[in-house]
Write a new protein. Structure first.
Length: 132
């Protein structure tokens, strides 16, 4: 997927459940979030580039990647590049207080794994997890 200079989202997917995979995608210069995904299932992002997004509204939630996850959702980023977004870099809303980062290869479900992923130089927090 290549999505550039849209007045709102670069890529937006809402699903009740099931895994959402985004692969080999470049999202740049979109007015709202570069990537906006919602599911109670898992998230898998592979070779996603999201940069210079979020210029349109001025909301801090307008990030490179925005995920709204369910209680059992696992989140994986592999070989991704998230930079220079006007809001934050990666913002994850998760429904489970046990949601945790990679702990040296030992995961408790659900988990967040960042493998060979760069997220820096964004206008807000580069990586933020909010438990709701």
């Amino acid at each position: 997927v290549t999505s550039q200079y849209n007045p709102e989202y670069g890529l937006r997917i809402n699903a009740d459940d099931g895994k959402i995979s985004v692969k080999n995608s470049m999202l740049r210069g979109n007015g709202s979030n570069g990537v906006y995904l919602v599911t109670d299932g898992d998230f898998y992002l592979y070779k996603v580039q999201a940069f210079s997004n979020g210029w349109g509204s001025g909301y801090p939630d307008d990030t490179g990647v925005f995920l709204f996850a369910g209680f059992d959702s696992n989140v994986e980023f592999r070989h991704c590049y998230i930079q220079a977004n006007f809001g934050g870099g990666i913002l994850i809303y998760h429904d489970n207080p046990a949601f945790d980062y990679d702990l040296g290869g030992i995961y408790t479900a659900p988990y967040l794994q960042l493998y060979n992923t760069a997220y820096f130089g964004n206008g807000g927090t580069d990586l933020q997890v909010v438990i709701y």
